[in-house]
Design a protein around this ligand. Structure first.
Ligand code: SF4
Ligand code: SF4
Ligand code: SF4
Length: 644
């Protein structure tokens, strides 16, 4: 895909008009009659009787044919009309294919980040993701750099990011132009919904390099400073994390909702063909895109709103996200200074037609008379393909005189941004110290490392939330403090942690949730992993407060032996009606089973909270106290040792 169509060249006379052929009317079909007309005066039209050989009529192209030719056919260049090199024209098309392919793979992996079976049907079978669904995150060099700075180790899977680093050292920001699914989404959005006002000179102006583009570099250094101070909070702005989070937690559930609504309308239509088509579509989507239950993620309104806002910005500034905000793009931009591939320009030949600028994706000054900015260039080749004067050439080991290879950042601002990022972390922790200020709502997924290390590793990518089969994991809003924004927490009232499931650890790309197996999770031959402890609110519990039999929580407790046990008691109960002529309701005695929790057996999965029949605010609830990962977030029993 290219940017919206080229504008007329600035300050240049229009190209001379070719005389139109009288034969077929197109002037470009190349038929025999046209060829003869170019060198001889037109003969009188032969009569049908004199010449029976009637020239074959060329059918007019279809609407699709016209669109295809306009979009992808050879372009007639104005000015000197020197066509771009064949290899460049091929590379522009190859880039479009590559972008579509990587976006497709990204979406395929994202849709596949779901478990669509049933745990009871698969009992005894280890459940694993059949695809490397976290691959794009593992190949993300900004994630690797951040987690390296925050943990001083490289999580093994993140070694894949070396591939992208190597490509950048060879070709520059080729990831941005050819691979990045989020960049492609913006490119596609800008192409399909171009602004009516962003044409001609306005488009040229908007595509010129702007000073504010430097802001993303300062922001990237700020996030690296924060990582050095012990937090991977930069994941909030990493483009792959943003894409997984916003599409996985917002767009897919919204589309699933609309799909189900559409199926209801189709079912009510009483038209057999519509119903069959709707059933077929539902079957297809439920096996490929939808999750087993309608997904719902609390507080995602802001995530979706942010996605809509940045997509909309493409109508004002093409690829706004990439030019203004992206920390991964900035990181690759800094490294692209070492690239051995780049642009060389012959400024003397430039006629200032600005066609290269109109097509430029990165706002990296491809036009003559100014130096090209390698750190902003997406290597899309649009500029060389558009240039009619043979000014621009991409080549290995270019003459660097026409290029600026590194971002021109002010050293003081750079240091200040890095220091501000580093200072922000203790500032946030003063208000919410990770291993002292425990929140009962911060129940982390099973296998999570302790809170301090969790914040060093978690990049807020939402893979764990997307894969959770019970919709148990949700992005935190401020439950874990400002620093914990959009990290995963378990909300048992919405979904509980499945006893034999270990999927969140399987897909976590940074080791914030460790890859545990079923034996560790369920405690086969060892102590099970606990993520919290269930507590009873006896004022709301039916057997405790209302003399009403209920033992649902005990039935659903998955541990063996059960962490919830029932005490048989006889309690007084008041009849619902008054005795005839009496002043008081009749009293009887009934047997109930009062539930208790054994904290040494409770794993905090939240199944009891999920099924409690007190619908608005359950009588049994799980808090993070007693979680295995923490030595200090404990329940202070008599024999508790804080040090072991
Ligand atoms: S700038 Fe960022 S979002 Fe844009 S293409 Fe590059 S990495 Fe992707
Ligand atoms: S929270 Fe529990 S149920 Fe959800 S993915 Fe993790 S292990 Fe599975
Ligand atoms: S814990 Fe969840 S959100 Fe955090 S890095 Fe792992 S998968 Fe991503």
């Amino acid at each position: 895909m290219g940017a919206p169509g080229p504008v007329a060249p600035l300050d240049r006379p229009p190209p001379p008009q070719q005389p139109k052929s009288a034969g077929c009317g197109s002037g470009s079909c190349g038929c025999a009659s046209n060829a003869s007309k170019s060198s001889a005066p037109a003969p009188a039209p032969p009569s049908a009787a004199a010449s029976p050989a009637v020239p074959k009529q060329v059918p007019p192209p279809s609407a699709f044919g016209k669109w295809w030719k306009k979009r992808f056919g050879p372009k007639k260049l104005p000015g000197s009309g020197i066509p771009a090199r064949k290899v460049i024209r091929f590379l522009v098309k190859a880039r479009v294919v590559s972008q579509a392919l990587f976006l497709g793979i990204f979406l395929w992996f994202l849709f596949a980040t779901a478990f669509r079976g049933s745990f009871s049907a698969e009992a005894g079978k280890a459940i694993r993701m059949p695809l490397p669904v976290e691959a794009f995150l593992l190949a993300d060099p900004f994630v690797a750099a951040m987690t390296f700075l925050s943990t001083h180790t490289v999580y093994r899977g993140l070694a894949w990011s070396l591939v992208i680093l190597a490509l950048t050292l060879l070709f520059g920001r080729v990831f941005c132009g050819w691979i990045c699914p989020f960049g492609t989404l913006h490119h596609f959005f800008g192409w399909i919904f171009p602004s009516r006002y962003l044409k001609g000179n306005k488009r040229v102006e908007s595509n010129k390099t702007k000073g504010w583009q430097r802001g993303k570099f300062y922001m990237m250094w700020g996030f690296l400073g924060a990582a050095a101070a012990g937090s991977a909070i930069g994941g909030l702005f990493d483009p792959i994390c943003v894409a997984v989070r916003a599409i996985g937690l917002g767009v897919v559930p919204a589309l699933q909702y609309l799909g189900i609504r559409g199926a209801t309308v189709a079912a009510d239509s009483n038209v057999r063909a519509v119903q069959n088509a709707s059933d077929g579509a539902q079957d297809f989507f439920s096996q490929t895109v939808w999750t087993a239950n309608q997904g719902y993620f609390h507080q995602t309104w802001f995530i979706v709103f942010a996605l809509i806002a940045i997509l909309f910005m493409n109508r004002i500034i093409p690829r706004f996200w990439c030019r203004a905000l992206c920390p991964l793009g900035s990181f690759l931009g800094v490294l692209s200074r070492f690239a051995i591939f780049g642009m060389e320009k012959d400024h003397a030949k430039c006629t200032d037609c600005n066609l290269c600028l109109v097509q430029c994706q990165g706002a990296d000054s491809p036009q003559g008379g100014v130096k090209h900015r390698q750190d902003e260039c997406f290597v899309c080749f649009n500029c060389e393909a558009a240039c009619p004067e043979d000014v621009i050439k991409f080549k290995f080991l270019p003459n660097r005189k026409s290029e600026i290879v590194k971002p021109d950042l002010q050293r003081r601002t750079l240091l200040a941004s890095t220091a501000a990022g580093a200072a922000a972390i203790p500032a946030m922790r003063i208000a919410n110290w990770p291993d002292r200020a425990y929140s009962e709502k911060v129940i982390r997924p099973p296998g999570s490392v302790d809170e301090r290390e969790f914040l060093e590793r978690c990049i807020r990518c939402a893979e764990c939330m997307k894969v959770c089969p019970n919709n148990a994991l949700h992005p935190a809003f401020f439950e874990a403090g400002l620093e914990g924004l959009w990290t995963p927490i378990l909300v048992p009232r919405i979904g509980y942690c499945e006893f034999s499931c270990v999927l969140c650890g399987q897909v976590c790309p940074t080791g914030a949730i460790q890859k545990i197996d079923e034996k560790q999770k369920m405690g086969i031959g060892q102590k099970p992993i606990s993520i919290g402890t269930a507590m009873y609110d006896q004022g709301r519990c039916l057997p405790w407060a209302m003399a009403t039999p209920c033992i649902v929580c005990e039935e659903f407790c998955p541990t063996s032996p059960k962490a919830i046990w029932a005490e048989d008691v006889e309690v007084p109960k008041r009849e619902a009606h008054y005795e005839a002529g009496g002043e008081h309701a009749k009293m009887t005695t009934i047997k109930v089973q009062r539930p208790h929790v054994d904290p040494s057996l409770c794993i905090g999965c939240g199944a009891c909270e999920k099924v409690c029949p007190i619908v608005d605010k359950p009588a049994v609830y799980v808090t993070s106290a007693g979680e295995t990962r923490s030595k200090t977030n404990v329940i202070l029993l008599e024999n508790t040792s804080y040090t072991s």
